[in-house]
Write a protein that binds this ligand. Structure first.
Ligand SMILES: Nc1ncnc2c1ncn2[C@@H]1O[C@H](COP(=O)(O)OP(=O)(O)OP(=O)(O)O)[C@@H](O)[C@H]1O
Ligand SMILES: [Mg+2]
Length: 265
């Protein structure tokens, strides 16, 4: 049965698009028919992240304007034939996407794809509300810092009140070193503090950005830790019960860190 997910966040730049693209590649590698919808209206990015910028000819807005068919907006990935992309609209406005029309389009797409991932914009605008109404689950992406967490909690509350569903938390850019020296709590503690079920935790890794510059997703960045975090998250999205990686504080490292004071870990 098809399942539609949406990536949301309070704060921008926390990794929604990178994670959406990475998870889509992992799911396609698991033989799932995956559709990515770039719902960041006016600011699309997934075409670039997937190296597909030259192949997107029509967008969802064109379909809603009856300039093309829904089929015309679907672009298959050149290296992952099970993965397709739809961009909402580079020149569209959030008001162009009304819930009844979106619901009808989603119903057609659900017949073709096993997993649909909607990459939403940052914040809690109209666009988020429209797309959140037509998906099954929402994933709130956050990093461990206080600003991102507070914004994510606010977004989570809004999703709860709009959809009556509890969103999942996907914690990104987790630093095992900062957990070890006691600077950051471990992902499960953070999720419990935020009162959100933890879908996964993806480590911070210096290979992610260069991969993005080269048109590769974070699944293909060459980091085993990132790939493993994405795989576990994707398996949970498919309903598997996968234990979370344990990030532990190391008493000696925490003590040394406190003694050194202001020095970096
Ligand atoms: N796990 C990670 N490790 C290192 N860098 C990361 C990681 N995840 C994301 N990044 C980097 O963070 C930056 C922002 O990522 P991305 O564009 O995916 O965020 P976003 O939430 O979609 O942003 P926006 O809110 O603007 O849509 C990118 O440069 C990306 O390479
Ligand atoms: Mg984005």
């Amino acid at each position: 049965m098809s399942k539609a997910w949406m990536m949301a966040s309070g704060k921008g730049g926390v990794g929604k698009s990178s994670l959406a693209a990475g998870l889509a590649v992992v799911l396609a590698n698991r033989q799932q028919h995956v559709l990515l919808i770039d719902a960041d209206v006016g600011l699309r990015s997934l075409d670039l992240m997937l190296g597909m910028q030259d192949t997107v000819l029509y967008e969802l807005k064109d379909c809603l304007d009856h300039t093309c068919t829904l089929e015309d907006t679907l672009v298959a990935h050149p290296r992952y034939p099970l993965l397709s992309l739809i961009s909402a609209g580079q020149s569209a406005k959030p008001k162009d996407f009304d819930v009844p029309e979106l619901a009808e389009i989603m119903a057609q797409l659900r017949m073709r794809f096993d997993v649909i991932i909607v990459d939403g914009p940052a914040g809690i605008g109209r666009n988020l509300k429209s797309f959140a109404a037509v998906v099954d689950e929402v994933i709130v992406v956050a990093t461990a810092d206080e600003v991102s967490r507070r914004d994510a909690e606010k977004t989570g509350d809004l999703i709860r009140s709009l959809t009556n569903k509890t969103p999942f938390l996907l914690l990104n850019r987790v630093s095992p070193g900062l957990v070890a020296n006691g600077t950051l709590a471990d992902p499960q503690t953070i999720a419990a503090q935020m009162d959100l079920p933890l879908l996964g935790a993806i480590p911070d890794n210096a290979r992610v950005y260069p991969a993005m510059l080269a048109g590769r997703t974070m699944a293909e960045c060459g980091s085993d830790a990132v790939a493993s975090g994405l795989r576990s998250t994707a398996r949970r999205m498919l309903g598997e019960d996968v234990p979370h990686r344990v990030y532990r504080q190391n008493r000696l490292k925490a003590l040394l860190y406190r003694l050194r004071g202001d020095r970096l870990p």
